[in-house]
Design a protein around this ligand. Structure first.
Ligand code: GLU
Length: 293
């Protein structure tokens, strides 16, 4: 099997040490196996992506000495591929437009919890929607969507799991990306009726990532532990869409000095800022190694 790995950042901020680690682990795995290392720009959400961040990603990888020679795949250039995947799911009756806003969902869940009810949360901690598909006929949903109301296209998780029928699993290379994988049971139902598109965002991360991993023939999906639980959704979509199953390796995360996960929102030092402050490549590698969780 020829090994193909990818680094798939979202261009909504500058890369930080956590991204550098992820890119380096991917690059090292591809090099060790004489395989291919690819770059994918996950700019599906045009409301948050910016071209200057795309340029900065290439500059950072170049500086790290691992910029792939092949041009990156830009998700924004492949909307029709994601639309085709969504149309397939829609034909199977697995999607429905939901009109409740995030605020309405949060308030309805708060009200339940204030009543002493416990309400399920997805593995990322977000409450599942308390508005089931059955609460509104599909014909009314269709009318509201056609009338131009903002909506989220949700996967009917119960129906999707019934259609798949079998217990889903994935192969996780635990000791390192190229180690023989172990079988993990996937539990997509924990995510509830996940959002797969919105009126203003034509496909969610979950849809785009499984389509792209298939199109780019990714053999090994190497990414951070924070995406471990999402793999269950990815396996479900791969099965529903008839896409191949890569091997997964979820690597450790880089923490900041206080042990928190690095993220753009917590203002983690960017590679660009470290570079501007005169840090060498060796110093960046040393910082990554020191802060691995
Ligand atoms: N675009 C995602 C991120 O920046 C990574 C997706 C993936 O590797 O599957 O967190």
């Amino acid at each position: 099997m020829s090994i193909v790995c990818r680094f798939a950042p979202s261009p909504n901020g500058n890369l930080h040490l956590g991204h550098a680690y992820s890119a380096l682990v991917n690059h090292a795995a591809a090099r060790e196996a004489a395989g291919t290392f690819l770059l994918r720009i996950e700019d599906i959400d045009a409301t948050r992506s910016r071209p200057d961040f795309i340029r900065a990603i290439a500059d950072d990888l170049d500086w790290l000495g691992i910029l792939p020679p092949a041009p990156p795949r830009l998700q924004s250039a492949h909307f029709s591929a994601y639309a085709a995947a969504l149309a397939h799911l829609e034909r199977e009756g697995l999607l429905y437009p939901a009109f409740e806003t995030r605020g309405e969902i949060a308030r309805a869940v708060l009200a339940k919890e204030a009543d002493g009810q416990s309400w399920p949360r997805d593995p990322d901690g977000a409450p599942l929607s308390p508005f089931p598909r059955e609460a509104m006929p599909d014909s009314a949903r269709r009318r509201r969507r056609e009338a131009g109301e903002p909506y989220a296209l949700r996967l009917d998780m119960a129906r999707a799991c019934t259609l798949v029928g079998e217990t889903l699993t994935w192969r996780e290379a635990i000791g390192g990306p190229l180690q023989p994988p172990q079988i993990i049971t996937a539990e997509p139902a924990r995510w509830g009726d996940v959002v797969l598109a919105r009126k203003e965002v034509p496909a969610s991360y979950h849809v785009a990532v499984v389509v792209d991993d298939a199109v780019q023939a990714i053999s090994h999906v190497i990414r951070g532990q924070d995406l471990y639980a999402a793999t269950a959704v990815h396996r479900l979509l791969q099965t529903l869409l008839g896409l191949p199953e890569p091997i997964y390796h979820h690597h450790r995360l880089v923490r900041d000095g206080d042990g928190r996960k690095l993220s753009k929102s917590t203002g983690a030092a960017s590679l660009a800022a470290l570079r501007a402050a005169g840090a060498s490549r060796a110093q960046v590698l040393e910082l990554v190694a020191r802060n691995l969780a």
